[in-house]
Design a protein around this ligand. Structure first.
Ligand code: FRU
Length: 294
């Protein structure tokens, strides 16, 4: 199995499940509440760890009470935190999430007082041990330096970049990784109404391929020959929880690439894994009853 580093965030997720999404200035009761660790990079690692990989996280921890829940959860999932930077003051990123039972949608209000992980910390990591390095598309100037440094010092380590949200200058990163994982939110922010159009208008360098996920419609891929491929989502079972579905897609894609699958097979595997995630609450035990073959 492979050794994977993900650079990005860990959060405290406080998830209230409600019967239906509330209207503004109303008061409703939640049916249930759960608190767990979230954050895109660490969610992806949670899935990769359950798929059998050695998973390492590089991000910022704040020395405050909520970190304990986060660090404990990461330890339970065998996620190594030795590359993290710990700061004495601030607040761990916290997401207040309204999970609508009717539609399985998740609406997130996010608060943080936590500096981003920086290039100086990244440079101190012994990167030679990793088979794959995955980045969240945030903190653009510093991530740019990390990706360039990685390509210069370890050109053979595969790397991927998640592009979930628009951030100023994020396009400056697009030529650097081997894989770009776009989200529907990003495509919509660029006035693209579908994944295929979003992927087709990219000017990709020869070594970069890209995917774009689109909720219940599944996901699309543009390969090295600029050919587009689509994989439908599996909508046979009831959708229960979509929180972290995109992070699961990314994990599925990385996992299948590490098994030397071709791009189309990786698209199929990742989309099915993300569909499977939506049929359960959270990301724990995602490998139970998993019948998807590579
Ligand atoms: C899901 C998620 C949550 C977290 C939020 C951060 O993709 O990682 O776990 O609170 O997004 O943006």
């Amino acid at each position: 199995m492979a050794t994977i580093l993900a650079v990005g965030i860990a959060t405290l997720d406080i998830i209230n499940t409600v019967e239906r999404y509330p209207s503004e200035d109303s008061e409703i009761r939640a049916i249930s509440q759960r608190k767990t660790r979230g954050g895109n990079a660490t969610n992806t690692l949670t899935v990769l760890s359950q798929l059998g990989h050695n998973s390492h996280w590089a991000g910022t921890l704040i020395d405050e009470t909520d970190s304990q829940t986060i660090v404990q959860n990461l330890a339970q999932h065998n996620i190594d935190t030795s590359a993290c930077k710990t700061l004495a003051s601030g607040k761990m990123p916290t997401s207040y999430i309204t999970h609508n039972q009717r539609t399985a949608s998740r609406t997130i209000v996010h608060y943080r007082d936590c500096p981003e992980y920086d290039f100086a910390s990244f440079k101190q990591i012994d990167l030679s041990r990793y088979d794959w390095i995955h980045f969240e598309g945030r903190n653009i100037a510093q991530t740019n330096k990390m990706l360039r440094y990685l390509k210069q010092t370890y050109p053979n380590i595969s790397c991927s970049l998640e592009v979930e949200k628009y951030r100023p200058d994020i396009e400056s990163l697009f030529s650097l990784p081997d894989w770009l994982f776009f989200s529907k939110d990003y495509a919509i922010s660029q006035d693209q109404n579908d994944a295929a159009t979003c992927l087709k208008q990219l000017t990709l360098t020869a070594n970069t391929q890209a995917t774009c996920t689109w909720g219940e419609q599944g996901a699309w891929l543009i390969d090295k020959n600029q050919a587009l491929h689509h994989q439908a989502a599996n909508n046979d079972s009831a959708i229960i929880d979509t929180l972290g579905a995109g992070d699961t897609f990314n994990a599925g894609f990385i996992h299948s690439q590490l098994q030397a699958a071709n791009a189309q097979d990786s698209l199929r595997y990742a989309t099915r894994l993300a569909s499977h995630k939506c049929t359960q609450a959270g990301l724990d035990a995602i490998n139970h009853n998993l019948t998807i073959q590579l």
